[in-house]
Design a protein around this ligand. Structure first.
Ligand code: PLP
Length: 392
């Protein structure tokens, strides 16, 4: 079938989600309530964690998870230099100091070596955020051990990691807290929303209170038959609860997640089969152990082979192929240079990787024809010399 342009991402919302939201709208209770409770239980079961607490975003999940560790103000937190700015902004908001860790130029992810070096250079890290970048499994326990940080002070950023397995375990219960995103482009799209999962009942209870102003009892519990109007506040909280409208969408979507994850893996295989032999293109690694969630399909565009990443983005855009770059290194951004600790040796790994990163369209609704159209456009562009090559 002829394909006229391919969007970088398109949220798939199943018809049952519409019916479920309609039911919530008619129920007379639209904010945090029974749908959130059910979504939390079902989500916890899906990732194999004891507890799940729904929140308004992964950004809020990260801030609340770090605050739940009760570290002293100014405590040092290792974070990858290549990650989403909001994730590190959340650490800053929690009153902690991000320590930017360089990435391995081969993987684009932090390694045991770069974590150990960053921990040494900052005089010892107090905590750590581990990112399952693109959905590729990060070896959480190994990275924490290399950094000298106990797992009880590790928070996982699993915004890309819903469906990721580290070895024989789904991401969600290894560290102190794992943070998920239901943003429009994520593997379980709601539009907005997030979740904290943990096996620690005290941490779950703390986040549950702190997501709603720190109140000891939320509105749903207060208005339940026999519920009391009384509540207290012992610590400052956020207004970061999820609504029953969003939870109803999430529950309907969750029933399709296994199938969607299989489809993402098929799409990744199809891209890899078509692109593995294209000169100048390096396809992403498939993990030997564990499971890739394939939130993103990120190729490396090798400049030494004459294919410039930025020109390629423009050329694909002209052919109505949407792409993106994940991520601009944090040390390129003035605010994070100001608030973070950074190695004196700079970030040779991140700078080398950043020039080459290119995220191709990836979502569960992508058809084989659309994948083929993206690959054909890439090959077609490659077969025309770029202005850089003409000059040479
Ligand atoms: C790696 C990473 N962490 C955190 C977030 C924040 O997620 P949210 O938009 O749900 O706050 C994102 C969002 O894109 C992300 O990519």
């Amino acid at each position: 079938m002829a394909v006229d342009g391919v969007a970088f991402s398109r949220p798939v919302i199943v018809p049952e989600a519409r019916a479920a939201t309609d039911q919530v709208l008619r129920s007379g209770w639209v904010t945090t309530g029974p749908e959130c409770v059910a979504f939390e239980d079902e989500f916890a079961a899906w990732v194999g964690a004891e507890h799940a607490v729904s929140v308004s975003s992964c950004t809020a999940a990260i801030e609340l998870s770090f605050r739940a560790l009760h570290l002293p103000p100014g405590a040092k937190v290792l974070v990858p230099d290549i990650t989403f700015c909001g994730a590190v902004g959340a650490i800053d908001h929690a009153g902690l100091v991000p320590v930017l860790v360089d990435v391995d130029p081969d993987t684009g992810m932090v390694s045991a070596g770069t974590c150990a070096a960053a921990a040494r250079a900052c005089g010892g890290a107090d905590a750590m955020m581990v990112l399952h970048f693109m959905g590729y499994p990060a070896p959480v326990a190994e990275l924490a051990a290399a950094a000298g940080v106990p797992l009880s002070r590790v928070v996982e950023d699993a915004a890309h990691g819903l469906g990721t397995w580290v070895d024989d375990q789904p991401v969600g219960s290894v560290s102190a807290a794992t943070c998920f995103s239901f943003y429009a482009t994520k593997n379980l799209p709601i539009g907005e929303g997030g979740m904290v999962t943990t096996d620690d009942p005290d941490l779950a209870a703390w986040v549950r209170r702190a997501r709603l102003h720190g109140m000891s009892s939320d509105a749903w519990r207060r208005y339940l038959p026999g519920g009391s109007w009384r509540y207290s506040v012992t610590e400052a909280g956020l207004k970061a609860n999820l609504s029953d409208m969003q939870a109803a969408i999430g529950r309907a979507q969750l029933r399709h997640l296994d199938r969607w994850q299989r489809r993402r893996a098929e799409i990744a295989d199809r891209y890899t089969a078509a692109l593995a032999q294209v000169p100048g293109v390096e396809v992403p690694l498939t993990p030997v152990r564990g499971r890739h969630a394939w939130h993103l399909y990120v190729i490396r565009v090798r400049p030494e082979l004459g294919l410039d990443r930025d020109l390629l983005i423009d050329a694909l855009d002209q052919q109505r192929i949407g792409t993106s770059v994940h991520f601009i290194p944090l040390h390129h951004m003035p605010y994070f240079r100001q608030v973070s600790e950074m190695p004196s040796a700079g970030f040779p790994g991140a700078d080398a990787v950043f020039r080459e990163l290119l995220s191709l369209p990836m979502h569960q609704g992508l058809t084989d024809d659309e994948v083929d159209a993206v690959c054909a456009a890439l090959v077609r562009t490659r077969s025309h010399p770029t202005p850089q090559e003409v000059v040479q």
